[in-house]
Design a protein around this ligand. Structure first.
Ligand code: ASP
Length: 433
């Protein structure tokens, strides 16, 4: 067995140190008027790191999913794997929403927002609220089967040109993979080996990119902090009024991770919890820093394969799908936020409205793109469904970034949990020591 690296050479410590230094530097910069310096000299390193991750996200989904599916012995195995994955993803999301609703009903965070503040916030964020509402309106105007239509791209290159279209890439890769299972000829072997080779190249790139992860997260956090801290008085005022709301969301996320994910790993797999957490900490930290499950996907795949022992076959199917459709953190946040806004605006939501939240949040989390701030756009659709004015999102826009970081970390934890569970259920030997 390879000798254990000293702590300071372990990736999760390096990233954590990068994050802490980023926060400290960001606060220092905000207090000393270094906005310009951070914007010009620090923030670009964060964007480079983020771009590198985004650059390989789509090629990674494509090559790994094609090779993953094509290496399955038959299509039946694929449907079994797909069925299990989707059921687990939906079930964990439903539990997350229930936890969110439960907490929001018990804590009633919306009752703590003074009416004048609610009005001020709505006026202050009017423009931004309008933008989100307009984006959500585009989705809403579509027919009931539009989400299904959206999965099937009409042009490969236009769908490969945006990371928002990850689900379309999953679809294309599945299609190519299925055909490769069915068509085993000398020529298709070449195609398979090409994708396999490309996949190895991209995975090696992840290793290289992770060398600059500590610098990347340092820059991303320093930049986020100076941006948020541009007006410290406003932040303090907001945090004061919204503290119950933020606590409800973060508490819900922690409970979901502690109860649902740890139980699944503990009781249904042989994976020791400590080992699981140590393996996925870098994934959570990158998700927290980038606020994007899509950008984190390369790291998620690498850690699940190398550290947890999830096979390429399973991880390349379960994880890209998870990054796009499994968003427990987002769903939980959406349910708390919907109730919070209703409470703050003095609207009581009965049983039917809350049940509507369960269904719409389940669908909205599936439909949310794996990019920063996607959750709040889909929240508009939930609010519409329950008859709460969508302008209410103005109340929570000011603290959305920080909650986005937390919910994205939860989203990727859910993906890793389900991948480990599926790998074990498929009889794979996980790296338990
Ligand atoms: N940023 C989240 C993600 O990428 C989505 C959201 O909730 O906004 O997982």
């Amino acid at each position: 067995m390879a000798a254990k690296k000293p702590w300071y050479r372990q990736l999760h410590w390096q990233i954590l140190i990068g994050m802490v230094l980023g926060v400290i530097f960001g606060v220092f910069g905000a207090l000393n008027g270094l906005h310009g310096f951070i914007e010009d000299w620090i923030a670009p390193w964060g964007r480079i790191f983020l771009n590198l991750l985004l650059l390989i996200a789509i090629p990674l989904v494509l090559t790994s999913l094609i090779t993953g599916v094509a290496s399955l012995s038959d299509v039946n195995r694929l449907s079994r794997l797909g069925g299990k994955t989707i059921v687990l993803y939906m079930a964990t999301t439903a539990v997350a929403i229930t936890i969110g609703l439960g907490l929001a009903n018990i804590m009633r965070p919306g009752d703590y927002v003074p009416t004048e503040l609610a009005e001020t916030l709505q006026a202050r964020y009017q423009a931004e609220t309008g933008e989100r509402e307009a984006t959500a309106a585009l989705t809403r105007e579509e027919g009931p089967l539009q989400p299904l239509v959206d999965i099937v791209p009409g042009n490969f290159f236009s769908s490969a040109s945006s990371n928002r279209n990850m689900l379309q890439m999953v679809f294309v890769a599945l299609l190519v993979g299925i055909v490769l299972i069915q068509l085993k000829t000398e020529h298709t072997e070449v195609v398979y080996h090409f994708f396999e080779g490309m996949n190895q190249v991209i995975i090696k790139m992840v290793d290289l990119i992770m060398y600059i992860a500590p610098l990347g997260v340092f820059a991303l956090l320093a930049d986020t902090i100076v941006r948020v801290g541009e007006d410290p008085d406003q932040i303090i005022e907001l945090l004061g009024a919204l503290s119950y709301y933020c606590i409800a969301v973060v508490l819900g996320l922690i409970l979901h991770v502690l109860i649902v994910y740890t139980s699944l790993i503990n009781f249904l797999t042989p994976m020791p919890l400590r080992k699981f957490l140590a393996a996925i900490t870098p994934v959570q930290l990158v998700a927290f820093s980038t606020s994007s499950s899509g950008a984190t996907l390369p790291v998620t795949m690498e850690r699940c394969q190398d550290e947890l022992g999830v096979s390429e076959e399973v991880s390349s199917f379960v994880l890209p799908l998870g990054a796009t459709i499994n968003m427990d953190g987002t769903a939980l946040y959406q349910s708390v936020a919907a109730l919070f806004i209703a409470q703050a605006l003095g609207l009581e939501l009965g049983f039917v409205a809350q049940l509507t939240i369960v269904f719409t949040a389940l669908l909205a989390s599936i439909g949310s793109a794996a990019v920063p701030g996607a959750g709040i756009i889909m929240l508009v659709i939930i609010l519409n469904a329950i008859g709460v004015p969508a302008a209410g999102i103005a109340l929570i826009l000011g603290v959305d970034r920080i909650l986005d970081m937390c919910r994205t970390a939860t989203n990727v934890t859910g993906d890793c949990t389900v991948a480990t569970l599926i790998a074990h259920s498929e009889g794979e030997k996980l790296k338990v020591d």
